[in-house]
Design a binder for this molecule. Structure first.
Ligand code: NAD
Ligand code: UDP
Length: 333
């Protein structure tokens, strides 16, 4: 089977390409390298022992996509390409809607034209907003609080409408919780731009001495120790969930919407302690005010993923920390 992986040079996409190729799929990567490096493709090649087929280009470029679909007979598309910084989406909403919504529309239009109707979409638990029920089931109402989340909810809506209009489509909408970690080889991982927004890369930079301390955003939440609770999932577990979803839609038409999380919540201080224990490095911290827009606690109800995909996350918090730390050291050197 030949899979087009958009955004395959990025953090999650690169790990997906590795697992797809190791599982025997043929892969073509399309990426505009706006948030990634060509070197990642060489490193994927080193992990899998085979060169990665790559096209440098943009999912919004309809003529380029048309040429690509003329050149290759794709069976399915995994669509990772998109912008993902919540704060940036607030200050640059048009850029986010253009990239994430218009980009997805262009891709779907070309797929439809070429009768390629298997699609795996990177959505996000952010579509749940501030969920009323935790652990969060897929039936939780959609409620977005920023343009990034809204762009994901819009594409989800487009996909549902598409599936209703034409039952030939086979679509998996995967709602990620908090992906962390890196490939255990130390060859691929996340390239955070500038000051990291996310907890794990920030902790790793503090442990490495690149930053003085971690600011813990809020210590008065209604959680185990007052700090925010999230569902951290190892990126390799996450992408294995994509392979199960691809197999699932290969067997069944229609649309599947599924959480990808562990079902286990950890607080900021629990993560920090886990990182110190797993790596032997101290992570100094200070308790500061809440970060605007943050919710106190959310983690996945992973039961549906297990039921329909036969998938559950297996990698421990220790592995998440150790793999993040190994990657952090690679980034420094
Ligand atoms: P990333 O930025 O590392 O990867 C995205 C890749 O897409 C990059 O290589 C970038 O160069 C490429 N890209 C962006 N716009 C493009 C375009 N118009 N055409 C072609 N290529 C383009 O991000 P990631 O963390 O790997 O996220 C992948 C997907 O998963 C995104 O859609 C993101 O919104 C979603 N997601 C990520 C997280 C997370 O915490 N990392 C959580 C939930 C959902
Ligand atoms: N967090 C923190 N300090 C940081 C970054 C994050 O205390 O420098 C907290 C944040 O308030 C949240 C958790 O860590 O409770 C996870 O934040 P992240 O941005 O990684 O994920 P998200 O909030 O988008 O789920």
């Amino acid at each position: 089977m030949l899979i087009l992986v958009t955004g395959g040079a990025g953090y999650i996409g690169s790990h997906a390409v590795v697992e797809l190729m190791l599982a025997g799929y043929d892969v073509v990567v399309l990426d505009n390298l706006s948030n990634s490096h060509g070197e990642t493709l060489q490193n994927i090649g080193r992990i899998v022992g085979q060169e990665v087929v790559f096209t440098h280009g943009d999912v919004r470029d309809e003529s380029l996509l048309t040429a690509l679909f003329e050149q290759y007979s794709f069976d399915a598309v995994m669509h990772f390409a998109g912008l993902k910084a919540v704060g940036e989406s607030v200050s640059q909403p048009l850029r986010y809607y253009e990239n994430n919504v218009a980009g997805s529309l262009t891709l779907l239009r070309v797929m439809d034209k070429f009768n390629v109707r298997q699609f795996v979409f990177s959505s996000s638990a952010t579509v749940y907003g501030n969920p009323a029920v935790v652990p969060v089931p897929e039936s939780s109402p959609i409620s977005t609080t920023n343009p990034y989340g809204a762009s994901k909810a819009m594409v989800e809506g487009i996909l549902r409408d598409l599936s209703h209009s034409d039952p030939e489509w086979r679509i998996a909408i995967l709602r990620y919780f908090n992906p962390v970690g890196a490939h255990p080889s130390g060859l691929i991982g996340e390239h955070a731009n500038g000051v990291p927004n996310n907890l794990m890369p920030y902790i790793a930079q503090v442990a490495a001495g690149q930053r003085e301390y971690l600011s813990v955003f809020g210590s008065d939440y209604a959680t185990v120790d007052g700090t925010g609770v999230r569902d951290y999932i190892h990126v390799v577990d996450l992408v294995i969930g994509h392979l199960r979803a691809l197999e699932f839609i290969g067997q069944s038409k229609g649309i599947l919407t599924c959480n990808l999380g562990t079902g286990q919540g950890y607080s900021v201080l629990q993560m920090l302690k886990a990182f110190e224990l797993a790596t032997g490095h101290k992570v100094p911290y200070r308790l500061v005010d809440r970060r605007p827009g943050d919710v106190d606690s959310y983690y996945a109800d992973p039961a549906y993923a297990e039921e329909v995909l036969g998938w559950r996350a297996e990698r421990s918090i220790v592995q998440m920390c150790q793999d993040s730390w190994r990657w952090q050291q690679v980034l420094i050197h």
